[in-house]
Design a protein around this ligand. Structure first.
Ligand SMILES: C[S@@+](CC[C@H](N)C(=O)[O-])C[C@H]1O[C@@H](n2cnc3c(N)ncnc32)[C@H](O)[C@@H]1O
Length: 205
């Protein structure tokens, strides 16, 4: 769910640099063949993530929750030379679509898709990370946050998606616990942005 209404959301999209044709194709295939296509971040958040990666000059990016690869491919557009993305996905059927589009984009050397529970992948990969995008199972957010925070580079940033949960945070769902924990954590500084379904940016204090 978007925070702003559909008319303003469309207006914002129309005033955002359009995504490349390959991402259009990925968007369509995802909607036609995979469950829950609304999970895909889409053109506005994709560009936003790309801006963050670009502005940070992030060389090492970790994504938790690949789905069909839309956000990974968006972020790749902001990578500096030599930059690399590791992205974690539980479902092989999602990873298969992502790999296919990553290959078509000529980015197989720069984006590695790791299939399996993200917690295990994070432990295996180590760090440090310049940018981490958390966008997998919402019950796992606190665990992912605790796992990546010690491995964040000195100027690293975490972005956590869906931190408004279509308004359900007001009723105290699992993400509201994550939000409270981040706000009350003296180790970090954070801002919850009302972009799409809520994106929280977190850095070390
Ligand atoms: C919201 S979608 C990710 C959307 C993607 N970032 C994009 O913008 O297109 C969440 C993904 O996390 C995956 N997932 C769920 N639990 C997971 C886990 N424990 N480890 C890794 N991936 C997981 C789901 O299969 C799903 O593909």
């Amino acid at each position: 769910m978007d925070v702003v209404g559909p008319d303003l959301e469309r207006y914002a999209e129309e005033h955002t640099t359009p995504h490349p044709p390959l991402l259009d194709e990925l968007f369509r295939e995802t909607h036609e063949t995979l469950d829950l296509p609304q999970m895909l971040t889409g053109p506005i958040e994709g560009r936003f993530l790309q801006f963050l990666v670009w502005a940070l000059r992030a060389e090492r990016v970790l994504e938790i929750g690949t789905y069909s690869g839309y956000s990974a491919l968006s972020m790749a557009g902001g990578l500096p030379e030599g930059g690399h993305i590791d992205t974690c996905e539980l479902e092989e059927k999602h990873a298969e679509v992502a790999r296919r589009y990553i290959e078509r984009a000529g980015l197989s050397e720069r984006i590695a898709v790791h299939v399996g529970p993200a917690g295990e992948t994070i432990e295996r990969l180590g760090g440090p990370w310049d940018f981490v995008f958390i966008d997998a199972d919402k019950e796992g957010y606190v665990g992912y946050y605790e796992a990546v925070l010690p491995k964040l580079a000195a100027h690293g940033l975490i972005a956590a998606d869906n931190t408004l949960r279509g308004g359900r945070v007001l009723e105290g769902d699992v993400i509201s616990e994550f939000n409270d924990r981040v706000r009350d954590d003296p180790r970090v500084v954070s801002v919850l942005l009302t972009v799409r379904d809520g994106v929280t940016l977190i850095r070390r204090a």
